[in-house]
Design a protein around this ligand. Structure first.
Ligand SMILES: [Zn+2]
Length: 260
């Protein structure tokens, strides 16, 4: 069995950022990166305990150089850095499942901690085929095109609810109760590590009941921008793009990969 642990940083225990700043310019960043490392390591150890033969940890927040690689279980491989041709570097159709660790709720979520879809500065929301989607669904669809299901997700309570809504049967760990963009009541980070190690083993047991996630093709993607001029340039920058209203641009994609 082979798995990918995809690791973001906003959804980890005791990650909240700080007002007026992205996580990347918050004094919470160093702790969030350390905790993302611990949570990824717990996922790796749990997957090997459940019988995995290969696990790739994919460091994907921001510039994809976040984790302390020395602290990860040495049986895993690590995908890091930017410039890959596709998301989920190294993963092909032979993989058995994806675990999303440290992920966050989509844009437009009440009290989701640092909730956004790719850019909180640029977008108000993204819809695919009429449904608002976040990074969890979009990444799951990329994995789904290779036939690989999301079997596990850890995030704040808004993020785990979103995962359960999009991926029926997914196994989740809630790291914290989101109470606003920059505030949460978090489980103790060490307790979350233990919970991920134990719970991800159930996800391996249940993986055959979970279908790969897919959007029906062709995909209609609508993006609502925060600024008029961004919508204007997007509507002129992509062939076939259509301006739905001053802030919103619609495109048709054959595959979710065309988004990148
Ligand atoms: Zn992130």
């Amino acid at each position: 069995m082979k798995f990918v642990v995809a690791v973001d940083c906003e959804g980890v225990a005791c990650g909240v950022g700080s007002p007026g700043a992205s996580l990347n310019s918050s004094r919470n960043l160093e702790f969030a990166k350390l905790q993302a490392t611990r949570e990824a390591d717990a996922a790796v150890r749990g997957l090997f305990a459940a019988g995995a033969e290969q696990v790739i940890v994919w460091d994907n927040h921001g510039g994809s150089l976040n984790l302390n690689y020395d602290l990860l279980d040495e049986r895993c491989d690590i995908a890091l850095g930017v410039g890959f041709e596709h998301r989920f570097p190294g993963m092909d159709e032979s993989y058995d499942g994806v675990a999303l660790v440290g992920y966050h709720a989509m844009d437009n979520t009440v009290d989701g901690v640092m909730c956004h879809t790719f850019s909180s500065a640029a977008y108000q929301w993204i819809k695919i085929n009429g449904r608002e989607v976040g990074e969890m669904a979009i990444d799951a669809a990329v994995a789904g095109e290779r036939g690989v299901p999301v079997i596990f997700a850890s995030s704040d309570d808004k993020g785990t609810a979103e995962a359960e809504c999009f991926f029926p049967g997914v196994v989740t760990v809630t790291t914290k109760q989101g109470m606003g963009w920059n505030c949460a009541v978090s489980k103790h980070p060490k307790r979350v590590v233990n919970e991920i190690y134990e719970t991800i083993q159930n996800a391996v047991t249940k993986r055959n009941a979970i279908k790969p996630f897919a959007f029906s093709s062709p995909l209609t993607m609508e993006v609502r921008y925060k600024r008029l001029e961004s919508a204007q340039s997007a509507s002129r920058g992509f062939s076939g793009a259509e301006r739905v209203d001053p802030y919103t641009v619609r495109r048709t994609l054959q595959s979710i990969q065309d988004y990148y």
